[in-house]
Design a binder for this molecule. Structure first.
Ligand code: DX5
Ligand code: ZN
Length: 229
């Protein structure tokens, strides 16, 4: 049994898994569902072996949705991209600690400050093999932790079961430090209807779901079902 999770569950459909020939339709499924967040995966083919979309697309779709735009930066140099995503209409931005601690980029605190100064929510993402301990020192500065439950880069991968233990560890830390109302745990990758309850029971309160939502006949229904696990 995991720690009981008292936070509200947010489902964040990941647009990466949608049909890009009809984004308006994909957004419609989300707008008309119980989702309150939309997850936007930004990939630079450097930090991850894939390329997705940039601030131009985010700015375009901003006109078609009032959802909270959750930008997940899977890029080698997050600091330099922040302004353009703020301008495009992001409401929250997460960046990877693995990128920000490389010698090519800026220290995490600078990135966090830049996001927070613009009044956005700030998240730190960790890859499956990155231990939570690395980001402990930033926990009272951020709004959410993104636990990657697949290797970042592609939608449609299989959930890595060990992620459950990592979520539990982070949930214990958050609750012990009285950060429960301040810091959320987002689980990203391979989240499906069949494992969403395990993820929530472990302590996550933001569920990112890409292929489960957009490969279904009725994405709105999947989102609504997932919000109720
Ligand atoms: C993976 C992305 C995820 C992905 C989720 O690099 O960060 O957000 O799109 O898609 P599914 O739910 O299909 O794993
Ligand atoms: Zn993501």
């Amino acid at each position: 049994m995991g720690t009981e999770n008292k936070q509200k569950i947010v489902v964040a459909p990941s647009l990466l898994a949608a049909d890009f020939s009809n984004l308006e339709k994909a957004l419609g499924y989300c707008n008309n569902s119980s989702a309150t967040w939309l997850h936007l995966d930004i990939m630079d083919q450097q930090f991850v072996p894939n390329l997705s979309f940039g601030p131009g697309i985010v700015k375009n779709i901003r006109k078609h949705s009032k959802l909270f735009f959750d930008v997940h930066l899977m890029v080698s140099n997050p600091f330099e991209m922040i302004d353009s995503f703020i301008d495009a209409g992001a409401d929250g931005i997460s960046f990877h600690i693995e990128a920000s601690e490389s010698r090519f980029t800026f220290p995490p605190k600078l990135i966090i400050n830049k996001i927070k100064r613009a009044n956005l929510l700030c998240g730190i993402a960790i890859k499956p093999k990155t231990p939570f301990t690395i980001i402990k020192k930033y926990m009272d500065l951020i709004d959410y932790v993104v636990v990657m439950s697949v290797e970042p880069g592609f939608a449609g991968q299989k959930f890595i079961p060990k992620s459950i233990d990592k979520i539990k560890e982070i949930r214990s830390f958050i609750d012990e430090k009285n950060l429960t109302d301040k810091v959320s745990i987002q689980c990203d990758g391979g989240v499906k209807l069949h494992n969403a309850k395990d993820v929530v029971d472990a302590g996550a309160n933001i569920l990112v779901a890409g292929s489960e939502v957009f490969q279904s006949e009725n994405p709105t229904e999947i989102i609504n079902k997932m919000s109720q696990v």
